[in-house]
Design a protein. Structure first.
Length: 293
């Protein structure tokens, strides 16, 4: 049903109005995996593995209707109190799947679109079991960085940070950042909290360690006053057709979600957003039941 509603809103230009209302906010789009159309079908419980033909349609839509900017450009504009173009969006990719190198990066390069890839550094070293999935190597990460892709941290081993001891949180954040700098040099490094989980103290720690910003899984666009250690994002699912994608980018799903009862009170701002119900239901990206992002 939701896809029919999105298609109706898209066809009747309702989404154009929603997008116009949010035009001065910056939407951070979060992808995970982009797979070649010829790859064998895989079990996709969390709707992470987007077919490349659908990814092309997403990028085509963005190029017609939005301005894709680098995450660092968004941060620079904030520091300099500089206004960004209306309808600005940022592209990010979670977990460091190898298909970002083999599939997604080529599509971005053809269109000269900037993006940020968040990597789990222990997986780049081959230290964590891949569970049947392939992840970026340091050689591939260096090549991507040389091509202009911004590399960010998704910690060392992708734990739920608030569940760890303070010492382990420090290790996850500092060792991951140090590993990226050791391989890429002194670069600005953003952070994506595993599972979207953080606390005020963890966010302050991330800032003190030198991370340029940090991204949660809280749904919604970011305005000029957004806390850079608590940035919002919009997660894209593997079955988001063009109309559904347009609804997400416009901010419609965020607006609908804001009208729903909030579970967990003020702490809802750090909840997960990667369960299939979060993808499939209209604007329900606040469900606290994810295991993967």
């Amino acid at each position: 049903m939701k896809k029919y509603l999105f298609a109706l809103f898209h066809a009747t230009r309702v989404l154009n109005l929603v997008s116009w209302v949010n035009r001065r906010k910056v939407t951070i789009l979060s992808y995970h995996s982009v797979v070649d159309d010829h790859d064998p079908l895989r079990r996709d419980r969390y709707k992470q593995h987007l077919p490349v033909n659908l990814f092309r349609e997403h990028l085509d839509y963005l190029q017609r209707n939005y301005t894709v900017i680098a995450l660092n450009d968004f941060l620079s504009a904030r520091r300099e109190n500089r206004r960004l173009p209306d309808y600005s969006v940022v592209l990010t990719f979670e977990d460091g799947f190898e298909d970002f190198y083999t599939v997604a990066a080529g599509q971005l390069a053809q269109r000269r679109l900037p993006a940020t890839a968040f990597i789990i550094t222990d997986r780049a070293y081959g230290r964590l079991p891949p569970n049947g999935e392939a992840f970026l190597s340091w050689e591939q990460i260096r090549e991507l960085a040389l091509a202009g892709i911004e590399i960010g941290s998704h910690t060392c081993s992708h734990p739920r940070l608030p569940d760890l001891s303070p010492e382990d949180v420090i290790r996850e954040l500092s060792d991951s950042r140090a590993a990226i700098q050791a391989h890429l040099g002194p670069v600005h490094i953003p952070l994506s909290y595993p599972h979207g989980r953080t606390t005020d103290s963890i966010s302050r720690l991330a800032q003190s360690l030198g991370y340029s910003c940090a991204i949660t899984t809280v749904l919604g666009p970011n305005d000029r006053d957004a806390d850079i250690t608590m940035l919002r994002r919009t997660t894209i699912a593997s079955d988001d057709d063009p109309a559904t994608f347009a609804a997400r980018v416009s901010g419609l799903t965020w607006w609908i979600s804001s009208l729903r009862p909030i579970r967990g009170g003020k702490h809802n701002r750090v909840l997960d957003a990667e369960h299939p119900r979060a993808y499939g239901a209209l604007g329900t990206e606040n469900y606290d039941c994810a295991e993967t992002t």
